[in-house]
Design a binder for this molecule. Sequence first.
Ligand code: ZN
Length: 428
Amino acid sequence: MMVAVGTDVAHDMMGFIDASPTPYHAVHNVAARLSDAGFEEFDPRRGGQPGARFVVRDGGLVAWFDGDSPAKAPRLLGAHTDSPNLRIRPRPDLGVAGFRQLAVEVYGGALLNSWLDRDLGLAGRVAVRDGAEIRQVLVRSGGPMLRVPQLAIHLDRGINDKGLQLDPQQHLSPVWGLGAAHDGDFVEWVAALTEVATTDVLGWDIACFDTEPPALIGPDGDLLASARLDNLCSTFGALEALLALRWAGGGPGVIVLHDHEEVGSTSTTGADSAWVASVLEQRSAALGWERVEHLRWIESGAMVSADMAHATHPNHTGRHEPNHWVLAGGGPVIKHNENQRYATDGTGAARFRLACEDAGVPVQDYSHRGDLPCGSTIGPLSSARLALDTVDVGMAQLSMHSARELMATDDVGHMVAAFSAWLQGGGR
Ligand code: ZN
């Protein structure tokens, strides 16, 4: 019974990730699911009753369910919608040696090797002229469009001894056809996709994505391989937890989905921004609260910052802190770092542990090796920006920042159960 439920929710997540090649698509899909569940787009100019609301801005989204007691200490859950990838430059048309190519810029800390020899699609957002206005159009190519071909071993004899050397300027331009390249080829393609004249394509944010859909792997389907697990897995978990809160009642619960975590979070919709604080203050103002009431309300809350964690790699166990191995399939991971690369403290860890206990899922602890620099995530920034107790958690995965990552199928169910218990006030 448990296994079947776990696999169903894993398939739901796989569908969500496949439909979300960029942050713009991810928040579009989250907003659509919320609308279907009766959430309304928040209009700060309209005062109103407590309710179920959401706000979308670019690749970010904030949503909340006030419940019957909107002044109660809120539970928050944050995640990020972006993943490392290759993005199309503003003047991308290149042509060398009979190939047509596109110029790309690396976004975030991508494992560059993982982008080689994959059939890549193109997706993103295009700004088109619409009379005197600008209209945003979500786009996605129908099938594979590009490929970054790896150099043959006969022309790179040292590769298996010395390792692969990739220069991001020289070696990553994808090919997308044969013949002579013309300045304007790419704009023509975008214009055809968006069904406007080339002169009406005014700007774009377009990225490459791996067209291979997510898959369950292994004789028992224990493993789940997919692009963008970091961090659409947590984004999906946040969405499911908010929907579960709506059906269960209770609250208030808030989810915040940030863009630009992979490049440091300083942007309009990144975690190092005034945006979420501003949206939540407008939410409280619409309920007729004084500002000081709102500030007290936020400070009384607690947040989970959800981002992926490193499972212990079976071929590289020496890279992990020997007393803090993390098992794929072993449930959510509480991430600890005394130097505040993660926002977790003992109280936050205790709260999340109790939420997992409520949910009946196992929980693990991660601590980074002392001789390797530790990564970070949105937790410390959210905690600082909102003056909010925060605990950093995440599901275990391998191959973080690869174009295709790997996790345990069962952990999707563990995550949804734990995040749902968290938003419902578990471990209070
Ligand atoms: Zn991440």
